[in-house]
Design a protein around this ligand. Structure first.
Ligand code: MN
Length: 319
């Protein structure tokens, strides 16, 4: 990790904020997802847990899954968060305990709000496209909304912001003047930036938001830092604009939001505020009916891991 800028004193960037703009390059770690997919986990990482309410970022692919099952994530529960499925290549079949059955295709938003409880499965359809490339993101729900009823939204059409050499698809929240139809509960943005080779521009930002950029394809410099596909550059707060330079045709995800001030406990697929929240969610998944049932997945549902012996610690945006 590097911190190339001096950090000014904290301003409007949140109680625990590290002040102004920074450039921390996170390269992620390899983690298995489900039965057959390896992902690069960018958040949470050792020094950085959240970007706005974005609290979990996995990047996967492009993987050649010809002749292979592809993604196979058996039914599992969620509480206290939203999941965002975002694809550049391939297709993911989503099933959930509300009865949703939805194919999610490239540049379509699959947004699942767990509220107090939901369960779902994700799999590559059969047959499926040769390549799979995408990101799986979580958004933490604030205290006022973490017990709401679960819901699933599929938005195949999303607003687009264009500038010379740039086509930005607004996944969630607001970018410039365009707002995604996806439901949000904190001020944030998620946008897919497609850049033509040679594009050199300054993207307008909200100074009170913190931001990160996840490179997806091609060669891109973010505020002068080359970011390889599958890496994430954390940018901090206090920026009015972000210099982007595409050294080839390139794409990246812009993630940002108001600093999330609540301390959260994140364990397995749950976000709570205490060890008791998490222990109850785990017990309800293993023995209760709180999380409902996913129908149609060809396989057994996931068992929760054992809780650690030590109490879980509520943490803020940084460790
Ligand atoms: Mn999930």
């Amino acid at each position: 990790m590097s911190n190339l800028d001096l950090r000014p004193a904290p301003t409007d960037c949140g109680r625990e904020a590290s002040g102004g703009p920074v450039k921390d390059l996170l390269t992620g770690r390899q983690v298995p997802l489900g039965e057959s997919t390896m992902v690069r986990r960018l958040l949470p990482s050792l020094g950085r847990r959240m970007v706005g309410a974005w609290c979990f970022v996995d990047h996967y692919g492009p993987d050649d899954i010809a002749g292979e099952p592809g993604m196979r994530v058996p039914p599992h529960p969620h509480a206290g968060l939203q999941t965002v499925s975002w694809l550049h290549q391939g297709e993911v079949l989503h099933r959930d305990s509300l009865g949703s059955l939805q194919a999610i295709r490239p540049y379509e938003l699959g947004l699942m709000t767990s509220g107090r409880a939901i369960s779902h499965s994700e799999e590559s359809p059969r047959p499926h496209a040769r390549f799979l490339h995408g990101a799986q993101l979580w958004v933490a729900l604030p205290g006022a909304h973490r017990h709401t009823a679960p819901s699933f939204e599929h938005h195949p059409e999303l607003p687009v912001v264009t500038a010379p050499g740039l086509r930005a698809t607004v996944i969630l929240g607001t970018l410039d003047t365009a707002t995604s139809p996806g439901t949000t509960h904190t001020p944030l943005v998620g946008a897919d930036l497609a850049l033509a080779d040679g594009t050199d521009l300054r993207l307008p930002l909200v100074p009170g938001f913190e931001y990160a950029v996840l490179a997806m394809t091609g060669r891109i410099d973010v505020d002068g830092v080359p970011v390889e596909p599958g890496s994430l550059l954390y940018l901090g707060c206090g920026r009015r604009e972000l210099p982007l330079l595409a050294r080839s045709e390139a794409s990246a995800l812009l993630l940002g939001g108001a600093p999330f001030e609540e301390r959260i406990v994140m364990w397995w697929n749950f976000i709570g505020r205490s060890t008791e929240d998490i222990a109850r969610a785990r017990a309800d998944w293993m023995t209760g009916d709180r999380f409902g049932e996913v129908h149609g997945y060809d396989g057994a549902r996931l068992a929760a891991p054992e809780l650690p012996d030590a109490p879980l610690k509520a943490r803020g945006r940084e460790r």
